[in-house]
Write a protein that binds this ligand. Structure first.
Ligand code: SAM
Length: 298
């Protein structure tokens, strides 16, 4: 199905918990900060996912909070798995990945994105408040061993992490991971001082790259190859292209469909009707009709 702006719906992002074991000072928590503790069960998540498949969803991204904090994550993935889904991925801080990786792979998870803004242990601890980079690296190695690939490292470009980019590129090249450079969304006035326009970084990488691919199905994002390393950019801020080519709807951990990452005022409750035994197809339809680009251009 296409929304009123002719954007096809292909992907569903699911936040499965608001809780996290790190305290990154900048975190947007996937744009949903309601205090409800009513988490969806694995079966409920599975049912909602199956309903979205009728509208064209083919890719599922699981996030949070920290998704690995859910003890029933394997069950969640088993409930999501469906022959019609081409890709199930998980975004994690990697702290609990080492022990979980194999079970997740066996349950049907295809790949992981691991968030890592620096490889400097002291700085990593400062940014995340309490994280140990050694544990994250062990998790990444295990994920690579069991085939949760292609594995992407999510690096958030901020004023205080720019100097960490080169060492992170070397690390990704060494372990054969893709580096995803994400533009920082400042959530409040105090955080604006960390904002960096990643166009400058993209131009630098473009100059160094041996090959460039434009990903038509991924918001026309470019993929660069620098000495064997794949580098991608995610640039949501003031980016009409990002919005014009957005194919993702989202599901909050407490069971609301969220048509746009950057808005909280048009959520649609699907969990209450589902718990009342009602069909939720018309609500999914309504959420898709409610979609509009956040950055529309001038
Ligand atoms: N806990 C998991 C993790 O650390 O990857 C999943 C949740 S986290 C919110 C998902 C991604 O959002 C991370 O890669 C993180 O870097 C990114 N993120 C968090 N806050 C952000 C912000 N203010 N601007 C842009 N990206 C942000």
């Amino acid at each position: 199905m296409r929304d009123p702006f002719n954007r096809e719906i292909r992907s569903l992002g699911i936040s499965i918990t608001p809780h996290c074991n790190l305290k990154c000072f900048y975190c947007h928590r996937e744009g949903h900060n309601c205090n409800s503790n009513s988490l969806m069960t694995p079966e409920e998540i599975g049912k909602i996912v199956k309903s979205t498949l009728k509208f064209g969803v083919k890719k599922i991204k699981i996030s949070g909070g920290e998704p690995l904090l859910r003890p029933d994550l394997v069950d969640i993935i088993e409930n999501i798995s469906d022959i019609r889904i081409k890709d199930i991925s998980l975004t994690t801080n990697g702290i609990l990945l080492e022990n979980y990786a194999e079970k997740l792979k066996n349950a049907g998870l295809n790949r992981v994105n691991v968030s890592m803004d620096t490889i400097d242990p002291v700085k990593y601890k400062n940014i995340t408040y309490c994280g140990d980079i050694k544990i994250v690296k062990a998790g990444i190695e295990r994920a690579l061993d069991v085939g949760l690939t292609p594995l992407k490292i999510n690096y958030l470009a901020m004023k205080n992490t720019i100097e960490d980019l080169d060492p992170l590129m070397d690390y990704c090249r060494d372990i054969d991971a893709i580096l995803q450079i994400i533009e920082f969304i400042p959530l409040n006035e105090n955080l604006k001082k960390y904002y960096v326009d990643i166009t400058t970084i993209e131009n630098e990488i473009a100059k160094k790259s041996d090959k460039v691919i434009t990903r038509k199905l991924m918001q026309n994002r470019k993929k660069y190859y620098v000495d064997g390393l794949e580098v991608e950019f995610v640039r949501p801020m003031d980016n009409t292209e990002f919005c014009n080519n957005c194919t993702r709807i989202r599901l909050t951990y407490d069971g609301f469909l969220k048509p746009c990452l950057l808005r909280e005022d048009n959520l649609i409750d699907v969990i209450s009707p589902l718990r009342d035994g009602k069909n939720i197809d018309d609500l999914i339809y309504k959420a898709i009709l409610n979609r509009e680009p956040y950055f529309k251009g001038k």
